[in-house]
Design a protein around this ligand. Structure first.
Ligand code: ADE
Ligand code: ZN
Length: 333
């Protein structure tokens, strides 16, 4: 199978914390874990829904204490991403959990930033950070987090919204998104993962997002689908995540990606939290390729979509898309 050059636009750096590194960091920082056997830990990764995943995900983050820990975490992801064909990564991070664990914002951002600088120097990889607000912690906490982060404004390109979705609609965060926009930050939000199409509408209308993370449930609203198509709003879809969190049928052949492609939506394939959901972005491509019997031209379209959906310059997008076309020409013989 071909490894397609791709952008990865929906990956939480904390969700790339593999069990081996989890154990290493727990030992380094003297943090208690339920087990120090990576296999025993990963055996717990069976989730009923988003919340049951988030409980394990947040609990594991207590091992991240120092700038070096964040450097090691992001470095491991970036190494794996390069192998997966990633040319451009726009990577989420969740500072509120770390702040709550007593870790200064500066340690988080300096560690992540240094890992990106080292991994991208002289390589074919480009990467930037997107700061996510945890919606279940509320709007005031989100605004406080933005204020804490703004002295490091040059180290991240945008803001996102993640964590438990239902009950925490995008409209709650209108003010903090307006503030982020005034700072020239890009805006994305998780919407339509567990929440209904109205969450996607609110993210577009009230938060003025430029990209929607997941967006699966937008398919329930034909007028919204038409709008997403007409305005070429990118949707960052995460097939293995959806199966693991039961927001899509366990049979990937029935994943909404098929309908999204048929509707002509600007969809890309992403990993979300690869250490928990059984694979990195290349694994997601391969899983969809076999489940849907996608041919090379369809895979090339997904790869092109991913680059079109980035916040990179038009020149960078064009160069990556030319690379996809060259791979397509080669595999098509
Ligand atoms: N945080 C990490 N992964 C997430 C997901 N899939 N949905 C919402 N919040 C998240
Ligand atoms: Zn996500």
């Amino acid at each position: 199978m071909t490894t397609w050059p791709t952008a990865e636009l929906h990956v939480h750096v904390e969700g790339t914390l593999e069990a081996d590194l989890l154990v290493e960091l727990a030992r380094r920082n003297d943090v208690r874990l339920p087990s120090y056997d990576p296999e025993v830990l990963t055996a717990r990764y069976a989730f009923a829904d988003l919340q049951s995943f988030l409980d394990v995900y947040y609990s594991n983050l207590s091992v991240l204490r120092t700038e070096q820990d964040f450097y090691d975490l992001a470095s491991a992801y970036l190494r794996r991403a390069e192998q997966a064909g990633v040319r451009r990564a726009e990577i989420f991070f969740d500072p509120q959990t770390h702040l709550g664990n007593g870790v200064p914002f500066e340690a988080v951002i300096r560690g992540l930033d240094a890992a990106i600088a080292d991994a991208t120097r002289g390589s074919g990889l480009s990467a930037d950070l997107i700061l996510c607000f945890q919606r279940d912690l509320g709007a005031d906490a989100a605004m406080q987090t933005l204020e804490t982060a703004l002295p490091f404004r040059d180290s991240f390109i945008g803001v996102g919204l993640d964590s438990a979705e239902v009950g925490y609609p995008p409209s709650l965060f209108t003010e903090v998104y307006a503030r982020a926009a005034a700072e020239g930050l890009h805006r994305v939000a998780h919407a339509g993962e567990e929440g209904g199409p109205e969450y996607v509408r609110e993210a577009l209308d009230m938060l003025k997002v430029e990209r929607v993370d997941h967006g699966n449930r937008a398919l329930e609203d034909p007028a919204l689908v038409q709008r997403l198509r007409d305005e070429r709003i990118p949707l960052t879809v995460c097939p293995l995540s959806n199966v693991a969190l039961r927001t899509a049928p366990s049979d990937l052949a029935q994943h909404p990606l098929t309908a999204m492609l048929a509707e002509g939506l600007l969809v890309s394939v992403n990993s979300d939290d690869p250490a928990y959901f059984g694979g990195y972005v290349d694994d997601n491509y391969r899983a969809m390729e076999s489940a849907l019997s996608l041919d090379a031209s369809q895979l090339a379209m997904l790869a092109r979509n991913s680059f079109e959906s980035t916040f990179a310059t038009d020149a960078a997008k064009a160069a990556w898309i030319a690379e996809v076309d060259a791979v397509l020409a080669k595999v098509s013989g």
